[in-house]
Design a protein around this ligand. Structure first.
Ligand code: HEM
Length: 182
């Protein structure tokens, strides 16, 4: 994944575990004091190894770490200059999710080797929708959940996310049932 993601993971780990915690995580992940460049593409194993090392050190499940990271991702991207893009993509959760693929496509201008996930909204009502999440990468659904909560917070809305269908349990793809409750 792009360095932007790894830098965000670094920021999240440092926020949670401090600079020493980050050094420990890197050592366990087999990385010595890495300097990530936002616009360089890295092998996915770098990101997975960091998350795996953070699990071993904290004793937390990967899903808990990934969900926390997802929430952090929204703050991080806004700070890294993507705020206007986020604002343009939608002012409500419904509108934003309808435009999410377009948003990832737009950033391809900056990240030519981007392999973004695919999102499809179905069964929309005023308060609810189903979000279909398709990706070539395993295990990142909790990150999507965290990003969704972070997104709602940014937009001043409150949501619940129910993970209805799980690829990890043999479903064709992951499906989230999202309810906007305020
Ligand atoms: C301005 C905001 C955002 C930026 C700049 C951004 C950018 C990126 C980048 C660079 C990647 C790594 C893909 C690669 O390196 O090939 C990624 C992955 C991902 N993005 Fe976004 N993204 C943003 C917002 C969102 C939002 C709102 C969601 C909503 C759920 C989302 C869901 C994901 C997920 C789940 C992945 C993990 C990769 C995968 O599932 O295959 N992103 N994004």
């Amino acid at each position: 994944m792009y360095g932007l993601v790894n830098k965000a993971v670094e920021g999240f780990v440092k926020e949670q575990l401090g600079d020493d915690g980050w050094t420990q995580v890197c050592a366990k992940a087999g990385l010595s004091d890495p300097t990530f460049i936002s616009m360089d593409a890295y092998d996915d194993s770098v990101t997975y190894n960091i998350v795996g090392a953070a699990c071993e050190i904290t004793g937390l499940e990967a899903s808990a770490i990934l969900e926390g990271f997802g929430r952090y991702w929204m703050l991080y991207t806004a700070e890294e200059g993507y705020g206007p893009l986020l604002d343009m993509t939608g002012s409500t959760v419904h509108e934003f999710l309808d435009n999410l693929n377009g948003m990832h496509s737009r950033i391809r201008a900056t990240f030519p080797e981007l392999r973004p996930p695919d999102f499809e909204v179905t069964d929309e009502t005023e308060e609810t929708l189903l979000l279909h999440y398709r990706t070539e990468r395993p295990g990142l659904a909790p990150m999507a959940v965290g990003i969704l909560y972070g997104l709602a917070e940014r937009l001043g809305q409150e949501i619940t996310v129910e993970h209805r269908e799980k690829k990890a349990d043999g479903a064709d793809h992951d499906i989230f049932y999202i309810e906007v409750i305020g």
